[in-house]
Ligand binder design. Structure first.
Ligand code: S3P
Length: 165
């Protein structure tokens, strides 16, 4: 089974994916990291070179062509579920988990903004407003996930429980 962790930047997808993979004793795949390693560009450089639409094409292609091991946990980029038919594709090809978090909690966790092109120039106040707007836009996609869970204070054991339920 492929387990896709989805959610906004800063909700803990990469960390939780590692912890969950550890519990399930299976590989972890970070799609942003795969994009960096395949393209030879950081996410920021990728946006600079090809714009957001170039990035969306590339990440969707990566999602759908990656050679996934039979069982694995996949951390996706925050915007990935909201473009093309990516959310439906993930629901058809694996188990999807939305790690939900309040905007203010996300702001307090997003320290390293430089490497995230969409928010790199925003201060806390601007980021809070930006996230609120983005979540309204993105929640219709995110909430198509098979499991929706409040990610604040969530531990990997709870995730394992949910997956096995
Ligand atoms: C993005 C999230 C990032 C990365 C890119 C765009 C987004 O991934 O894919 O900067 O649109 O929310 P993380 O959620 O892993 O930071």
């Amino acid at each position: 089974m492929i387990i896709f962790l989805i959610g906004y930047m800063g909700c803990g997808k990469s960390t939780k994916a590692k912890q969950l993979a550890n519990k399930l004793n299976c590989p972890v795949i970070d799609l942003d990291a795969e994009i960096v390693s395949k393209s030879g560009k950081s996410i920021a450089e990728f946006f600079e070179a090809y714009g957001e639409s170039g990035f969306r094409d590339y990440e969707s292609e990566m999602l759908k062509t990656f050679n996934y091991p039979e069982t694995c946990v996949v951390a996706t980029g925050g915007g990935l579920p909201c473009f093309f038919d990516n959310m439906d594709w993930m629901n058809e090809n694996g188990k999807t988990i939305y790690l939900q978090m309040e905007p203010a909690q996300l702001v307090s966790r997003l320290h390293n903004r430089q490497k995230r092109p969409l928010i790199k120039d925003l201060n806390d106040e601007q980021l809070l407003e930006f996230i609120k707007i983005k979540l309204e836009e993105r929640n219709p996609y995110y909430t198509k996930a098979q499991i929706v869970i409040n990610a604040f204070d969530l531990d990997a054991d709870k995730l394992v429980e949910l997956i096995n339920a």
